[in-house]
Design a protein around this ligand. Structure first.
Ligand SMILES: [Zn+2]
Length: 86
């Protein structure tokens, strides 16, 4: 854990919002590079990305039919987060 987190919370929130797109490989190439650079030294974002990937993989293996819905829900949850706090 890194309590002295060097990153701006705002920056992390921008990354969080795009992680579901990143997992789906839908993020635009320009932002993708920025996102990967951020992930290189931001533990909270990496942890979030990993849990997102694990969740999606697990759902796809156990309930393939519901996977698209779950992806949409994740995206909507992140959208809500942006609207509420942004
Ligand atoms: Zn971050």
């Amino acid at each position: 854990m890194t309590p002295e987190h060097a990153h701006d919370a705002l920056e992390c929130r921008k990354i969080f919002e795009r992680l579901s797109e990143y997992v789906d490989e839908e993020v635009d190439p320009g932002f993708c590079g920025k996102l990967e650079t951020h992930l290189e030294d931001c533990e909270p974002c990496v942890a979030f990305l990993e849990s997102l990937r694990r969740t999606i993989r697990w759902i796809e293996q156990t309930e393939p039919a519901t996977a698209p819905d779950v992806r949409r829900e994740v995206r909507e949850a992140l959208e809500r987060l942006r609207r509420e706090k942004g």
